[in-house]
Design a protein around this ligand. Structure first.
Ligand code: NAP
Ligand code: MG
Length: 477
């Protein structure tokens, strides 16, 4: 039985209710979580406020940094344990689960080093004045985390908030809590004061909503779907609480005829196959210049047909999807594609060892997807790649920008001028040229435009969002 983690103690929910923990590889329950309620959120917020006022807020930046580095090293010592927990809880192939644990350690390392580098500025003003700015923490920050990359998103969001001097209340997705509960316990072992990191599990519409509405929360960092992002922002607006919204994407990979295809195609495939396509920055559309459309589709099709899907522990190209409703969501998209006569180029294989009760989906490559079809517009959040042809650079830009999203884009071309032009013309929070994702990019500011959200996490930039700026003007006669 898993318990909440509040003020460095494992505690049961006031509700007395639980939620089963399901293994996506076989669809079977194997543990239980607390189904917490608003009272538990209140307890956690009080613990965080007390810690902020009495301990965390009084530590020097260097002391905060040392604690965070200790946690990073602790996580690094527990990579295999965290990998195993995540693999069972979320159905991630071993290499993906391990990469997430390693990234978590790296986020705490990065933000440990950033704590004492966050400075204000002095501002030249009139004679007789000294004017300067302080970056102050908000106080207590709320973090609503999705199920697709719990460790990575916890690392970037909670890591940044702690570094900036906040105490945190975290609501993970009910499908992905085990690794984070363990990390909170590791933080206590590393010497974090009681109340700096609190984790309350439960359903979004219950505890997530209570967190967003709690008057003791001074900033909310939400990562998840655009629809829930709207609800969070509405709840926060009631009390003018600042929010960072990291929402979805329909990110394009744009292949020009002069691209190095040997370098590009494995990256294009990985960008939709990784984590079974359940990635906000998945490259879910591939835009291909007309003159290379057929040969590229042929190569992509062959690669897709060779992809294998199976239980997480088999560590194949893809594991299962997170849950049955996600599998149903992908099926609905694919059946809509079929009704619209969108041609399927190829599908990977689900291995015989995959139990029927698991949530498996073969990776699927579709071609000639009309720009206004929902497969080209909405997040499938599964391993489905939509291919489209473009005539020229203007057409590529038009297609790239033709969705409500703007999170990430990949541009593949050897033409240096075009690299810069495309980077300017594509509307998204990140543009990668001749690569995609830059190895995870702990250091690289990340976030969206349009319905992909606002505010930035990752990198040093995130610290500005986790602080509020105070301007001090002193008149010295
Ligand atoms: P989701 O359904 O929006 O859930 C995200 C989180 O919000 C979960 O913890 C969920 O809790 C909670 N929640 C649900 N309803 C809520 C409510 N009424 N009030 C407060 N919280 C609520 O998203 P998901 O299906 O977990 O994740 C997939 C989505 O996240 C995709 O759209 C993906 O693109 C996006 N995402 C974005 C980024 C990014 O950095 N831009 C990164 C990863 C994922 P429960 O699940 O426990 O109900
Ligand atoms: Mg699970």
């Amino acid at each position: 039985m898993q318990l909440n983690y509040i003020a460095n103690a494992a505690v049961a929910s006031a509700s007395g209710r639980t939620i089963p923990v399901i293994d996506p590889s076989d669809g079977q329950p194997f543990d239980e979580l607390q189904r917490s309620n608003a009272q538990d959120i209140d307890t956690a917020v009080r613990a965080a406020r007390e810690c902020h006022g009495a301990v965390w807020g009084k530590l020097s930046a260097a002391e905060r940094g040392r604690l965070m580095m200790r946690l990073s090293l602790k996580i690094a010592d527990h990579i295999e344990e965290l990998t195993a927990l995540e693999q069972r809880d979320c159905g991630k192939p071993t290499k993906q689960a391990r990469a997430d644990a390693v990234a978590l350690a790296r986020y705490f390392e990065f933000y440990a080093g950033a704590c004492d580098k966050l400075t204000g500025e002095t501002i030249p003003y009139q004679d007789g004045y000294s004017v300067f700015t302080w970056r102050e923490p908000h106080g207590v920050t709320g973090h609503v985390i999705p199920w697709n990359y719990p460790m990575q998103i916890f690392g970037r969001s909670v890591g940044g908030a702690l570094a900036a001097g906040n105490c945190c209340v975290v609501k993970p997705a009910e499908d992905a809590c085990l690794s984070l509960l363990r990390v909170a316990a590791l933080a206590a072992e590393a010497g974090f004061p009681a109340g700096a990191i609190n984790i309350v599990t439960g359903y979004g519409h219950e505890v997530g909503d209570a967190l967003a509405r709690h008057p003791g929360i001074d900033h909310i960092s939400f990562t998840g779907s655009p629809g829930v992002g709207t609800l969070i922002q509405q709840a926060a607006a009631e009390r003018h609480c600042p929010v960072t919204l990291e929402l979805g994407g329909k990110s394009p990979q744009i292949l020009f005829a002069d691209a190095d295809l040997d370098a590009a195609l494995p990256v294009v495939i990985n960008a939709i196959v990784q984590n079974a396509g359940q990635t906000c920055s998945a490259g879910s559309r591939v835009l291909i210049e007309q003159s290379i459309y057929e040969p590229v589709l042929e190569r992509l099709g062959q690669a897709f047909a060779n992809l294998r899907v199976g239980p997480a522990a088999m560590d194949l190209d893809l594991g299962p999807l997170i849950r049955a409703s996600q599998q149903q969501r992908v099926w609905d998209f694919l059946s809509d594609a079929q009704v619209a006569n969108i041609p399927m180029v190829a599908q990977g294989q689900i291995v015989d060892e995959a139990p029927d009760s698991g949530f498996y989906q073969a990776p699927t490559l579709l071609r000639d997807v009309p720009v206004d079809h929902r497969i080209a517009q909405e997040e499938v959040f599964g391993p489905v790649l939509a291919a489209m042809a473009f005539r020229d650079e203007d057409h590529a830009v038009e297609l790239a920008n033709a969705t409500q999203f703007g999170l990430v884009a990949g541009v593949w071309t050897r033409d240096g001028s075009r690299q810069f032009r495309m980077a300017r013309r594509v509307r998204s929070g990140q543009v990668f040229v001749n690569n995609y994702g830059a190895g995870g990019g702990v250091e690289l500011p990340f976030g969206g435009v349009k319905s992909s959200g606002h505010g930035r996490e990752k990198g040093f930039e995130a610290l500005y969002g986790f602080t509020t700026l105070k301007t001090v003007a002193i008149k010295h006669s």
